[in-house]
Design a protein around this ligand. Structure first.
Ligand SMILES: Nc1nc2c(ncn2[C@@H]2O[C@H](COP(=O)(O)OP(=O)(O)OP(=O)(O)O)[C@@H](O)[C@H]2O)c(=O)[nH]1
Ligand SMILES: [Mg+2]
Length: 243
């Protein structure tokens, strides 16, 4: 019963999101689906930011029961990702020869380029809990990663875009109603989001136009993943097609 109510609220919320974000007409949804079809993604980000968890989520597998640090590059192989929009229609993309990489500095320098080669969309993950608790060292790490990106962009696929995901928003305290949670999360992360944008602009210069969005997400909370990932799919599409 509770699950039924929950599903109803979730379905309604996603429909609302689809309705108001970018005036989602049937032709918008059609173009969104056809843009995403066949796209290849890469997932990068600092240590323990949630890369394994994101692969599990989009492969519809159980997230890892305990944290095991990734070292080097693990083959994830090819898989198809499909996510249902509020109207029930699937958005599909390919994860071709995906590689799951570790997040330590040395791993970035050794294997991230391999993960990003050929990607159309790169997801860059940030651990929002860590950013709130240790802002200075976390922002330093983000600066370092953007410097890495600035240097490597020329090796990436032409037209590649980067979406930043502020992960672990389930860790933010919230006691209000489900309907208000999305806006609450956006509000409490506004400063961090502006800060990261600022750093990107300074370090990447003109290339920062390739950063198409910054969104909250949770890889372990079903509801929050659903709510925000629908946003991500449509923001990436909208920004790319505005350019
Ligand atoms: N609360 C919370 N924890 C998360 C979330 N995503 C991942 N975690 C936890 O964060 C830890 C690291 O997750 P991983 O997915 O292994 O991170 P990773 O980026 O692959 O880590 P490395 O490969 O070692 O860099 C694990 O304990 C996860 O359970 C999230 O959305 N919320
Ligand atoms: Mg990992």
């Amino acid at each position: 019963m509770i699950a039924g109510i929950f599903k109803g609220v979730l379905g309604g919320l996603i429909k609302d999101l689809l309705k108001d974000a970018a005036k989602r007409t049937p032709s918008f949804v059609k173009s969104l689906k056809s843009w995403w079809y066949g796209k290849t993604i890469a997932i990068i980000g600092p240590t323990a930011s949630g890369k394994n968890s994101m692969f599990s989520r989009i492969k519809k597998e159980q997230p890892p029961a305990e944290y095991i640090q990734t070292r080097g590059a693990d083959e994830v192989g090819d898989f198809k990702f499909s996510w249902r929009l509020g109207d029930g229609s699937p958005v599909e993309f390919n994860c071709k020869k995906s590689i799951n990489v570790g997040g330590e500095h040395d791993e970035r320098d050794r294997v991230w380029a391999q993960a990003c080669a050929g990607a159309d969309v790169i997801f860059y993950l940030v651990d929002i809990k860590q950013l709130k608790e240790e802002p200075s060292s976390t922002l330093d790490r983000i600066r370092g990663d953007f410097r890495w990106m600035a240097e490597k962009f020329r090796d990436f696929k032409a037209g590649v875009v980067v979406q930043i995901l502020m992960n672990k928003v389930d860790e933010l305290d919230f006691t209000g109603s489900l309907e208000d949670q999305r806006q609450h999360i956006l509000d409490v992360l506004k400063d961090e989001s502006d800060r990261i944008h600022d750093i990107a602009r300074k370090i990447l210069g003109a290339r920062s136009a390739s950063i198409v969005g910054i969104s909250p997400i949770s890889m372990i909370d079903d509801y929050l993943f659903d709510v925000f990932f629908v946003d991500v799919l449509s923001t990436v599409f909208s920004k790319v097609n505005q350019k």
